[in-house]
Design a protein around this ligand. Structure first.
Ligand code: SF4
Length: 359
């Protein structure tokens, strides 16, 4: 595009956004904390789902001080069901840094903000441009798709080696006078018009400069590397009962689902029945001898890089005292207390059976 075409592109895009954007609560605010929370949630999750969690999170933690002072368990409980829990843990950690070291204000400085826990290039550019009008271009999946079609870019959008290419293109297009509005316009265009399948080119405000549209090659772009097949793991999980209480354990704080609570269990080994695996794992992870009394349920869940199928058993405590090997904490709780603890989505599926089994 010539400089004149780029200027026209910006004007048309932002004018379209002004007229057609979806009304979303984080677009009605200049509060950097609210914008930050929304962008963290939106990074891995669809708008429809984020709406509910955004309101719930800000009701509970209305400012960065409230978040910094909150117990991590409360933060995880509020985030429960949204997934990618490292986002919540990092938001909480970053709030503590802001309150302890940065005067309690979200830094209006890209480098300082980018240095906070959990803040990557995308979050830094989004928050700094939208809240503080700083000239940084955001590059998310939507922006990559728009750029790939506008310029017929042959680099796969899901290859890390392509990041620089897309960032350079987004930087080149960025309207430095209105970076926040421009970034939101690009993301909105990708989300609502330049959709992955069936882009709505007829109503697209920038079709006159879009190479894919002009050459009728929209379906060929963006280019993607073929995803690797997703492995499926078989697990066994035990709901251990002792004196009308149920055992739950807490996952270590770093790593997948860190800090969340669950019923003990793990992968089934070759040559092992699910019942044998359940008994072995409970011995290995919490040092208790149990017997399986009945089959409770089967759950399935898909994570980003793998799937699980877990057989869940009711177990009766036999002997031993809890000694943790893997989990960082444990509780013997009544069934009525279960809802106080944040569980990953897979284990939330077990809870109705546990409650029903106690009735
Ligand atoms: Fe996407 Fe079509 Fe617009 Fe090009 S014209 S940016 S392919 S919606």
């Amino acid at each position: 595009m010539s400089p004149k075409e780029i200027a026209q592109f910006r004007n048309k895009l932002v004018a379209w956004f002004d007229a057609h954007h979806r009304k979303l609560p984080w677009r009605d605010t200049q509060n950097p904390y609210h914008i930050w929370v929304s962008e963290v949630m939106l990074q891995q999750t669809q708008v429809k789902k984020v709406l509910h969690y955004y309101r719930k999170f800000l009701d509970k933690f209305p400012d960065v001080h409230c978040l910094a002072e909150a117990d991590l368990q409360d933060v995880l409980k509020t985030w429960e069901g949204l997934g990618y829990y490292a986002r919540a843990r990092n938001l909480h950690k970053a709030a503590k840094v802001i309150v302890s070291n940065l005067g309690g204000k979200i830094p209006a400085d890209y480098a300082i903000f980018r240095n906070l826990p959990g803040v990557g290039d995308y979050i830094a550019a989004a928050v700094q441009s939208i809240a503080f009008h700083a000239p940084y271009a955001v590059v998310d999946g939507n922006v990559k798709r728009v750029v790939a079609r506008l310029f017929l870019i042959n680099s796969p959008i899901n290859a890390s080696s392509s990041s620089k290419t897309f960032q350079n293109m987004a930087d080149m297009l960025l309207d430095r006078d209105s970076p926040g509005a421009f970034n939101q316009s690009m993301m909105e265009l990708g989300a609502t018009v330049c959709r992955p399948k069936s882009p709505l080119c007829v109503v697209c405000p920038v079709k006159s400069v879009c190479c894919a549209f002009q050459s009728a090659r929209q379906k060929e772009f963006p280019i993607r590397l073929k995803p690797k097949p997703i492995p499926e793991y078989r697990l066994a999980v035990g709901v251990v009962r002792r004196n009308n209480r149920v055992l739950i354990t807490q996952r270590k704080f770093d790593g997948l689902l860190g800090g969340l609570w669950e019923f003990p269990g793990d992968k089934i080994r070759a040559q092992e029945t699910p019942e044998e695996a359940c008994i072995r794992q409970i011995k290995e992870h919490v040092n208790l001898a149990v017997e399986v009394t009945e089959y409770l349920t089967r759950i399935k869940h898909a994570f980003t890089h793998f799937k699980i199928v877990a057989d869940v058993f009711c177990c009766r405590y036999q002997s031993g005292e809890v000694a943790l090997n893997g989990p960082v904490d444990h509780r013997w709780i009544t069934v009525d207390e279960i809802d106080q603890f944040p569980f990953p989505r897979a284990h939330q599926q077990i809870i109705p059976s546990v409650k029903g089994n106690s009735a």
